[in-house]
Design a protein around this ligand. Structure first.
Ligand code: HEM
Ligand code: NAG
Length: 500
């Protein structure tokens, strides 16, 4: 008992402090490498965590970029982070070294949702067999479902009609389009994951969308980063379910929907949706305990696709409508092109795109300007990698600043303006741009890109075919500055939709 009293305490504290500092140095030895990217001086244990202003991350990073250049480092507790800016650095890391940078950092924080070695979903899966299996599965299911009887394009077009009907109910009166756009986009992804759509006033649907939105918001901020950096804290009983209650609720609703699919699944029929396809793979994988086709992963994969497929596309469409009311001249030119190529009666089809260069340029410019995933998703190096002459050791978290590519001043004529001509040549033909990277690039490039492209084009043209949009009379012009809340979305705004 006398061991820890009086004289002993002082030396013991010193020894403990020395031990912790040594441990800290060991954990961070990567940063001592020659040619490691420069960055702000980290404190022991916490690194730069306390210096980060989580309310205003973007402007803090802006300062660092000015001080240290396009490639700089940060230390979040024991996690070394390297931030890449500009087309050259991002392309070199994601495209030239695509294999070395395809890993994701471990996210212990998601274990409370069921994330585990064989149930990693797709988005956050570590680079390895489980990720490869699920990425390949998702891509091939998306392809197959598009080619099925009721083709994907038709699904989207029908949902676009429902959305137009819902807009028509508000015609003439100012309203906020966000909630309706959310529903339409969710129904597209829901048709793929669960083979069904929901009525726009279905209470269960409303709850699902509400919990998804709230869940996305739980994924940001200091507490999230702090818990992920120091995951032992998650062992505190009840903490995870308190801090992540919306995500838990969203998963519970996903479970219900999966269960309903299961009850009507007929293994002798071709899969109606991704859930059917997954169940089929689970049957094939029976007896191989290593397979990533298992019950736990079913809900991870399906909820990943639902969340990724819904929030990003809907946010982009909300940007598109905002930019149309702010730039009525651009809106008119799109409508003119629609009238010439499609007319007022025919439904828009993907095939029309080749004859609609201006509309194509506008949709691309909406994505470039909207810049909704400014920092991409985190990557991690799986071996020592060189980028722009800097050495990035294995196990370093990489932040690809997609915003710095989409707004690279060396490339775009008017990086901070909405200017569809960025994607048009002198003859008015559509031109691709290498720095157009809203879906990222390399092995982890967004797997929903073709689906998103289809939704953006069809929803956008259907809406502009039917309505003219404007800032409601007497209301101030809404701002085109995005608000960062996991994704960058326009601040809530209202518009008027007048049938054409
Ligand atoms: C305008 C709409 C969209 C945008 C801007 C977007 C953007 C992105 C970005 C930036 C990433 C990160 C890539 C990386 O790690 O480097 C990503 C990943 C992903 N996206 Fe999308 N996305 C969109 C729509 C969709 C849709 C509709 C789906 C649904 C099928 C989807 C599914 C995914 C998945 C599963 C991943 C993870 C891929 C992986 O880790 O291998 N996305 N997306
Ligand atoms: C990303 O790029 C944008 C635009 O160039 C810049 O404002 C922002 O500070 C950058 N963020 C980071 C993390 O470097």
């Amino acid at each position: 008992m006398g061991l820890l009293t009086g004289d002993m305490l002082g030396p013991l504290a010193v020894a403990l402090a020395v031990f912790l500092l040594l441990l800290d140095l060991m954990q961070r030895r990567g940063c001592w490498a020659a040619r490691y990217p420069p960055g702000p001086t980290p404190l022991p244990l916490l690194g730069n965590l306390l210096q980060m202003d989580f309310q205003n991350t973007l402007s803090y990073f802006d300062q660092l970029r000015h001080r240290f250049g396009n490639v700089f480092s940060l230390q979040l507790a024991w996690t070394p982070v390297v931030v890449l800016n500009g087309l050259d650095a991002v392309r070199e890391a994601l495209v030239c070294h695509s294999e070395d940078t395809a890993d994701r950092p471990p996210m212990p924080i998601y274990e409370h949702l069921g994330f585990g070695p064989h149930s990693q979903g797709v988005i956050l899966a570590r680079y390895g067999r489980e990720w490869r299996e699920q990425r390949r599965f998702s891509l091939s299911m998306l392809r197959n479902l598009g080619l099925g009887k009721k083709s994907l394009e038709q699904w989207v077009a029908e949902e676009a009609s429902c959305l137009c009907e819902a807009f028509a109910d508000h015609a003439g009166r100012p309203f906020s389009p966000r909630a309706l756009v959310d529903k339409a986009v969710s129904n597209v992804i829901s048709s793929l994951t669960f083979g069904r759509r929901f009525e726009y006033d279905d209470p269960r649907f409303l709850k699902l969308l509400d919990r998804l939105q709230a869940g996305v918001e739980e994924d940001q901020g200091f507490l999230h980063e702090f818990l992920n950096s120091i995951p032992v804290l998650l062992r505190i009983p009840g903490l995870a379910s308190k801090v992540f209650s919306a995500q838990k609720a969203f998963m519970a609703l996903t479970d219900e929907l999966i269960q309903e699919c299961r009850m009507t699944w007929d293994p002798t029929q071709p899969p109606r949706d991704l859930t059917d396809g997954f169940l089929e793979e689970m049957e094939k994988a029976k007896g191989s305990p290593e397979s990533s086709f298992n019950d736990e992963n079913l809900r991870m994969v399906i909820s990943d696709l639902f969340a990724a497929g819904m929030v990003s596309t809907s946010t982009t469409l909300t940007w598109a409508l905002l930019l149309m009311i702010l730039h009525p001249d651009v809106q008119r030119r799109v409508q003119q092109e629609i009238d010439e190529v499609i007319g007022r009666v025919q439904r828009p089809e993907m095939g029309d795109q080749t004859r609609m260069p201006f509309t194509m340029a506008v949709v691309h410019e909406v994505q470039r300007f909207g810049d909704i995933v400014p920092l991409g998703l985190p990557h991690m190096t799986s071996r020592d990698t060189e980028v722009q002459g800097f050495l990035i050791p294995k196990g370093t978290r990489i932040i690809t600043n997609l915003s710095s590519v989409l707004k690279d001043e060396k490339i775009w004529k008017k990086p901070f303006r909405f200017y569809p001509e960025h994607f048009l040549d002198a003859q008015g033909r559509f031109v691709k741009q290498e720095a157009f990277m809203p879906f990222s690039a390399g092995r982890r490039v967004c797997l929903g890109e073709p689906l998103a492209r289809m939704e953006l084009f069809l929803f956008f043209t259907c809406l502009l075919q039917r309505f003219s949009f404007s800032v409601p009379a007497g209301q101030p012009r809404p701002s085109d500055h995005g608000v960062f809340s996991f994704l960058v979305a326009p601040a809530p705004y209202q518009l008027c939709a007048v049938p054409r």
